[in-house]
Design a protein around this ligand. Structure first.
Ligand code: NAD
Length: 400
């Protein structure tokens, strides 16, 4: 019998038979989930020799949920994730038209998944537009709830937008063109600090050397500038003996083995990731900066097909493929399962099954070295053989 994963005193309690809910996803979701699950089970089996096993529990969302229950996102799905704390999902169709709850948004609110974590690193053999793609190895912690994504936005010339413009103009002398659309950018000390603290805690546990706060505080002084200031503040308050601000790393004194806290203006950071990628390790960013940086960084190492992600809170986490449903290839056993497979590796690492996580990464590296890869990589890799989703999974398992 499987057991639920628990979270006590800031730590995951994971038995040898954890129950992990999964959503296979729409479009190509079932193809990649089938492949990923085989890789996960093989990695667990090979590292634990029968002593551990994951009990996968299917939960419904998206098209399959709609067909079977009439709801795109049944309450039972949300409740199961809440009870089991950790889940993994394939991509879901975003139905066009009103009245549909987005799973990601709903889960973020319900479970307070305030950090979107996106590791970006290069896998040898993957085609990349960069000369030295292996120099990029970062983990991006993007704030997931606040900023211009908080949903407080009003269409131009609506009573709400007009009332806000009138208020800001009359009360504060703001200069806003009449008839503008208005969006609000709330960023709190609480929200910023818990995100930065999570990034620093990760850097410490993973033995990473720096955390860079990425902000546009030169222009948005109180929101983005606040993020920077609150970030340095929490680093000093909570991790004072284990971190050091870059400004205090003098020539000769070095960082004393501590994690260096740096900050960069957003536009400069895009350039830095291209020009001096190896100077960055963990990145903590507000919502919009983090969103843009994650995909740009993923492109540098060969694209979204291999980019994993997780939405993480305190004691709750949902891991997911970062690409969409690729509907034209649905059911063809054709697309790359790498993104959801690496998301699973992240999940096992978070849960403390680091040997399983390492085995999955090793397997994927081996498959890429053997140059038997899915179409998206095969068409860009010289001498590669194109294989199906399921054969790619078999090849990964051979190398686990
Ligand atoms: P997409 O990611 O599905 O496709 C973009 C391109 O990448 C297509 O050419 C596709 O064939 C290719 N591609 C995607 N995943 C691939 C893989 N694993 N291997 C090889 N090639 C792959 O994006 P889209 O076409 O904009 O969106 C399709 C649907 O997915 C929409 O309904 C959208 O709302 C949804 N979507 C969901 C998520 C999510 O659930 N997290 C994210 C993005 C898009």
């Amino acid at each position: 019998m499987g057991e639920r994963i628990r979270f006590e005193d800031g730590r995951w309690i994971v038995s040898d038979r954890p129950v992990i809910p999964f959503i296979e996803g729409d479009g190509t979701g079932p193809d990649i989930w089938r492949a990923a699950r085989r890789v996960f089970d093989a990695a667990v089996e090979k590292t634990a020799r029968g002593k551990r096993r994951v009990e996968w529990l299917e939960i419904l969302a998206g098209e399959k949920a709609f067909k079977e229950t009439g709801s795109w996102l049944p309450d039972a799905t949300l409740e199961t994730i809440r009870q089991h704390r950790v889940a993994i999902k394939g991509p879901l169709t975003t139905p066009v038209g009103g009245g549909i709850r987005s799973l990601n948004v709903t889960l973020r609110q319900l479970l307070d998944l305030y950090a979107c974590v996106r590791p970006v690193r290069y896998f040898p053999g993957v085609p990349s537009p960069m000369r030295e793609p292996q120099k990029l190895d970062v983990v991006i912690f993007r704030e997931n709830i606040e900023d211009v994504y908080s949903g407080v936005e009003y269409r131009a010339s609506t009573p709400e937008a007009d009332a806000l413009i009138a208020f800001l103009t009359e009360r504060f002398g703001a200069k806003i063109r009449p008839g503008s659309a208005i969006g609000i950018k709330p960023m709190s000390k609480f929200g910023s600090q818990r995100l930065v603290a999570k990034a620093i805690a990760y850097a410490l546990s993973a033995g990473r050397r720096s955390v860079t706060l990425v902000h546009k505080g030169n222009i948005m002084k109180f929101t983005e500038g606040g993020f920077r200031e609150w970030g340095y503040e929490i680093a000093k308050e909570r991790f004072g003996d284990k971190t050091v601000p870059e400004s205090e790393v003098g020539s000769g004194t070095g960082d004393g083995g501590r994690v260096v806290i740096k900050d960069r203006i957003t536009d400069a950071m895009f350039a830095q990731l291209v020009l001096r990628p190896d100077e960055y390790s963990v990145i903590a960013a507000p919502n919009l900066n983090g969103d843009l940086l994650s995909d740009a960084a993923a492109a540098q190492v060969g694209g979204l097909g291999l980019a994993p992600g997780g939405n993480v809170g305190d004691g709750y986490a949902v891991y997911e493929a970062t690409h969409g449903t690729a509907p034209k290839y649905a059911g063809l056993d054709k697309v790359n399962p790498g993104s959801v497979i690496l998301s699973g590796a992240m999940m096992f690492e978070e849960l403390g099954w680091t040997d399983v996580s390492a085995a999955i990464v090793r397997g994927l590296e081996g498959a890429l070295r053997s140059r038997r890869v899915t179409y998206d990589l095969a068409r860009l890799m010289p001498d590669a053989t194109e294989v199906s989703t399921s054969s790619f999974a078999e090849c990964i398992i051979e190398h686990v």
